[in-house]
Design a protein around this ligand. Structure first.
Ligand SMILES: Nc1ncnc2c1ncn2[C@@H]1O[C@H](COP(=O)(O)OP(=O)(O)OP(=O)(O)O)[C@@H](O)[C@H]1O
Ligand SMILES: [Mg+2]
Length: 434
């Protein structure tokens, strides 16, 4: 990227000298020099040419001098480092300039070797500052995102808890309803046995309400109500499992419960709709020991990766007919195992094989899809914050970078992806058991 340097001096010849001295960097588009004759013009050019990163300014100039310009520069947003040029021995002005935030100073007549060194040094500083700022911004966004997840988690856990109470009444009462209904039906049967020939009015009424059907249907209705409450209870348990916010210390956790709760949260996206059939989820769960972890955070990782797989397959389906998609089913495969095997990374060369920790000390979770896969050039960036190939508004590009920091930094694990364009993607997560 070109770095813009604004040179502010009323001496016209300076422009030619600078352009000559830095012609190589200018031609290579590394540097671009902009010139102004005084502080006032400098401010106008700064606004028009933003972002300017370095200002090289004389002190004595008509209309607005360098010291006033320095003062105004501190009010402008962004990274601007100023180097002042003053007469040799003009210590009071140099002092004032440094006090007003100048980065460095040069004396007149300008020594061009010195100028080059100063500009390079300033440039280096600006670049470092920019990199730090970027890092800070990324860390901040990740923090905001994780905090948002924590508060959403708490909200969800709260709602799940609230749901449990009314479901409890229904469930508890259903038991009595079932007993009462059975008793009532029994009484009806006894009445019918004792009064086999009811009056005309009763007979008509029995016919009207279709008593026989009601008698058969009623127990089934109760059965399906029981199943409904059971499902609500499961959903609520999943929600609470998914949003567990154990943040103080790691706790033993059943990874399969975590994956299942994430799948439950994403269920609506796996179901069939007008455009595409259901996404099939195939599970190969090996028996796993409880894993010491932060459950809520690991669930977030599973959700991010499964959601990415769904996104990728949905995009892949674009332009395909329902029948064609059905013939090439969308499948997500989730495999878990206790790790003592070698994990192939990259192209699968022997040298690339990485030995995992000691046998049986890790759990390994493979989440794969048969979507479009990921090209090498995209793969390089997928774990970087804000990297996304999705349209504006559809993806923040934080999913995988947050997942990586949860797996690697919070759990001392590993996460990688094996993918071949056209043959789907596989994400592998490895978490130490304790
Ligand atoms: N299963 C996958 N198949 C194909 N590409 C994928 C898959 N998973 C991730 N990617 C690629 O990696 C990129 C980064 O993923 P990441 O989850 O970090 O961000 P995002 O999904 O774009 O946005 P966000 O998760 O914040 O909504 C995606 O934009 C996509 O290009
Ligand atoms: Mg994502």
């Amino acid at each position: 990227m070109t770095t813009k340097i604004l040179v502010v001096d009323d001496e016209v010849s300076l422009e030619r000298l600078i352009k000559q001295r830095f012609r190589k960097s200018i031609r290579a588009h590394e540097l671009e020099f902009i010139f102004a004759r005084n502080g006032k013009e400098a401010l106008e050019k700064l606004a028009a040419e933003a972002p300017v990163e370095i200002v090289l300014t004389d002190i004595n100039m008509p209309e607005m001098d360098g010291l006033t310009l320095l003062e105004k520069l501190s009010e402008i947003d962004g990274i601007i480092k100023t180097v002042v040029v003053s007469a040799y021995g003009d210590l009071p002005n140099i002092r004032t300039a440094m006090n007003r935030g100048a980065f460095d100073f040069l004396t007149k007549p300008i020594d061009f070797d010195d100028l080059e060194v100063t500009i390079n040094r300033t440039l280096e500083y600006v670049q470092k500052l920019k990199a730090n700022l970027k890092e800070l911004h990324q860390a901040q966004s990740q923090l905001i995102q994780s905090e948002k997840m924590v508060s959403i988690g708490q909200l969800v856990a709260g709602v799940a808890h609230e749901i449990n109470n009314p479901v409890g009444f229904i469930d508890g009462n259903l038991y009595h309803v079932e007993t009462y209904i059975q008793e009532l039906l029994k009484i009806l049967e006894l009445y019918q046995a004792e009064l086999p020939n009811p009056s005309e009015m009763l007979r008509k009424y029995i016919e009207k309400i279709d008593l026989e059907f009601m008698r058969e249907d009623l127990p089934q209705l109760v059965e399906s109500m029981k199943e409904g409450t059971e499902r609500i209870r499961n959903i609520s348990t999943s929600l609470r499992t998914f949003s567990r916010s154990d943040i103080d210390k790691k706790v033993p956790f059943n990874i399969h419960d975590g994956i299942d709760s994430s799948l439950m949260i994403l269920k609506h996206r796996l179901k069939a709709n007008n455009h595409s059939p259901e996404i099939e989820v195939i599970k190969h769960y090996e028996k796993l020991p409880p894993v010491e972890c932060y459950p809520g955070q690991l669930n977030q990782v599973f959700m991010n990766i499964i959601a990415n797989a769904i996104d990728a397959m949905e995009e892949y389906n674009q332009g395909w007919s329902y029948e064609k998609i059905k013939a090439n089913r969308n499948v997500i495969t989730i495999k878990t195992e206790v790790g003592n095997e070698k994990w192939e990374i990259g192209n699968g060369d022997k040298d690339d094989k990485e030995e995992l920790g000691s046998p049986s000390s890790q759990v390994i979770i493979h989440i794969s899809d048969n979507g479009p896969g990921i090209s090498e050039s995209v793969k390089e960036h997928i774990f970087n914050p804000f990297f996304t190939t999705k349209p504006v508004g559809a993806g923040t590009g934080l999913g995988l970078s947050i997942s990586r920091s949860i797996v690697v930094e919070k759990h001392g694990g590993k996460i990688d992806c094996i993918c071949t364009p056209g043959r789907g993607s596989e994400f592998i997560i490895q978490i130490p058991i304790n």
